[in-house]
Write a protein that binds this ligand. Structure first.
Ligand code: CNA
Length: 319
């Protein structure tokens, strides 16, 4: 049976096979990553030279992933705020690959788009919320780390662009309504410390550092950091619904390095054909067809061969 299965899978090799699958399958799962937005000028993470991680390293930080570690953020949010402007979405346009996913939806073939992207451009492209799982959250909203107050993401975009840590307005308001905390009684200085240099410098009466002033919480975009849980909708939809229904999976513009999304293709039944579209081949996941190059060009060509017109302002008229 295993041999038969392999023979069956060997049926799919070429871009024409992929186009045929597009035409014949009705419940397509599309898994997308940062590569589908690079043509809009938003860098991905891991591309050599142009990726966000290389930039972070060039600025002297050890590893790009540290910027998105939740413990690091809580310890020192300035690192995230000084770098996040680079991946903040433009929000006014989406790529031809986003348009391709939308076309699958229009043609009633899209089962679900699982996106790892946080730029929220799927919404702009018109992908139904009911067919979209934002596996790693998005910049669409932001929440206070202290009181959980949620706001629209754009409320903190200005802070991100100006590399300024965004503080929670609700916390600030609450603190303003509270009576100021009473400073603790001054400690008598021991003879030993009487003549330390700092004692002369810090002798002012209203020194705030003498006691802990309550601080407002820090706002964090609702993107999933390393160390945070993925939304429940991700697991529920994948295991309860999609695993049983999907008849084709197309993975686009992702290095598939981040679990659990990286494990999704292997979790699907072998009978479901797997297509991979990206610049570089990958070896750690088995795909029936790998189409390598610029994803915007590849999806255009796939549609052409499937007999569908993919329209987008970035596709030249005479392409
Ligand atoms: P990644 O690890 O940086 O991989 C991107 C992949 O896409 C690489 O294999 C590239 O070769 C490939 N690629 C880049 N540009 C193109 C292109 N034009 N055509 C075809 N292939 C291309 O990014 P992943 O998405 O795999 O990693 C998951 C992270 C990235 C998620 O947690 C995201 O939140 C995060 N991210 C998202 C964005 C965004 O929302 N636009 C930007 C940067 C990072």
């Amino acid at each position: 049976r295993a041999y038969k299965k392999r023979l069956k899978l060997a049926e799919y090799n070429t871009i024409d096979d992929a186009a045929k699958l597009l035409r014949s399958k009705k419940n397509i799962m599309v898994i997308t990553g940062a590569g589908i937005s690079t043509s809009l000028g938003i860098p991905d993470f891991r591309s050599q030279g142009t990726g966000f991680y290389d930039k972070v390293r060039a600025m002297g930080y050890e590893g790009g992933e540290d910027v998105f570690q939740i413990d690091e953020f809580d310890r020192d949010p300035t690192i995230f705020y000084s770098l996040a402007g680079d991946i903040l979405p433009d929000l006014k346009r989406f790529s031809p690959t986003h348009a391709f996913v939308k076309l699958l939806q229009t043609n009633e073939r899209l089962q679900t788009n699982y996106t790892q992207n946080i730029d929220n451009l799927e919404e702009l492209a018109g992908i139904d919320k009911a067919r979209l799982i934002q596996c790693h959250g998005s910049f669409a909203t932001a929440s206070c780390r202290k009181c959980k107050h949620k706001v629209l993401g754009r409320a903190i975009f200005d802070d991100i662009r100006k590399q300024r840590v965004a503080k929670c307005k609700r916390c600030i308001q609450k603190l303003a309504e509270q009576p100021p905390p009473r400073p603790p009684l001054k400690k008598r200085k021991s003879k030993l410390t009487l003549f330390r240099k700092n004692d002369w410098e810090d002798s002012s009466d209203d020194d705030e550092s003498a006691y802990d002033m309550p601080q407002p919480g820090i706002m964090k975009p609702d993107i999933t950091f390393f160390g945070e849980k993925l939304p429940n909708t991700f697991f529920d939809r994948f295991t309860e619904k999609d695993c049983k229904r999907v008849d084709l999976v197309i993975v686009i513009g992702t290095s598939l390095k981040v679990a659990p999304v990286s494990e999704m293709p292997n979790y699907l039944p072998h009978s479901v054909p797997h297509i991979y579209i990206s610049r570089e081949p990958i070896a750690h996941v088995n795909f029936d067809i790998q189409l390598l190059g610029e994803c915007d060009h590849i999806v255009y060509e796939l549609c052409r061969r499937a007999g569908w017109a993919l329209k987008h302002e970035m596709i030249p008229k005479d392409f």
